[in-house]
Design a protein around this ligand. Structure first.
Ligand code: OAD
Length: 250
């Protein structure tokens, strides 16, 4: 672990890639763990298969389960985890090139990070499925919190700009992979790395710069990593927060 800590201390352009595992300690379930969303989605949200809550074809037929799930995600007063704070510290210290997240919970932004690439979009903006009118989170917030389907003035369903299965990722994602920034260290935290193409972001740096993965369990891609720690990401982040200097504003 010491070697890894020294690497983080000496790196200046770190790419962090995060998944749902960094928010489980904030009270948001991940997807594929034994107690993850996909273990209870069918029963709780009355969908024919777990991933249907994020499937665009299913949503176009029946958007309600997604909005019920959104209410569960957004109505709680969720606070950033120790891992979100560690990533924020890296940005304060000028060591973070970007945090690329698959998460839609907006906790990186809530924690104060600015250099965020939301690979699967977020609730920040929304679009009418019929007329493409753009909406802000605040425009549909009440429906989201109440678990109701928000409708446009044209009567179309307003869908948050979250990437569903069957949809393209945001243009920022494709800009990133077609013109990847110079990075000197990659740290992956709390993700099974099972979902493409988002998983290409860390994997495209394999063999070029050191890669670290912090996850509770193994992933099928661990062989590409130089350092792999099977631990709670908050335990790792706590260690690092104790080691890194505290950012001081002058
Ligand atoms: P997964 O549920 O697939 O993986 C989360 C990983 O985090 C698992 O390997 C857990 O073991 C691990 N984990 C959970 N809590 C942890 C903790 N406290 N410390 C360390 N590790 C922990 O979630 P993602 O990889 O984020 O897509 O899933 C990727 C995408 O699949 C999501 O963005 C979502 C989903 O379908 C869309 O919604 C489009």
């Amino acid at each position: 672990m010491k070697e890894c800590i020294d690497l983080i201390k000496s790196s200046k352009k770190i790419l962090i890639f995060t998944g749902a595992g960094i928010s489980t300690n904030s009270g948001i379930p991940d997807f594929r763990s034994a107690d993850g969303l996909y273990s209870f989605a069918e029963e709780k949200y009355k969908v024919p298969y777990p991933e249907a809550v994020f499937d665009i074809d299913f949503f176009n037929k029946n958007p309600l389960p997604f909005f019920k799930l959104s209410s569960d995600l957004l109505s709680k007063d969720v606070k950033p985890s120790i891992t979100h704070k560690f990533i924020k510290r890296l940005e304060e210290l000028g060591k973070l090139e970007v945090v690329a997240t698959q998460n839609i919970d907006m906790l990186h932004e809530k924690c104060g990070n600015r250099k965020v690439l939301a690979c699967h979009g977020s609730y920040g903006e929304a679009t009418c499925c019929s007329c493409n009118k753009k909406y802000k989170f605040s425009d549909i917030k009440n429906s989201l919190i109440d678990g109701k389907v928000p409708y446009c003035s044209c009567k179309g369903v307003i869908k948050p700009d979250i990437t569903f299965f069957g949809e393209s990722l945001p243009v920022d994602f494709y800009n990133f992979v077609s013109n990847p920034p110079v990075i000197d260290l990659v740290i992956v935290m709390g993700t099974s790395l099972e979902v493409a193409p988002a998983n290409q972001i860390p994997l495209m740096y394999a063999g070029k710069v050191p890669l670290i993965i912090i996850n509770r369990e193994k992933t099928v891609y661990d062989r590409y990593f130089d350092y792999s720690y099977l631990i709670d990401c908050d335990n790792f982040s706590k260690l690092l927060l104790d080691e890194l200097p505290i950012y001081k504003t002058t």
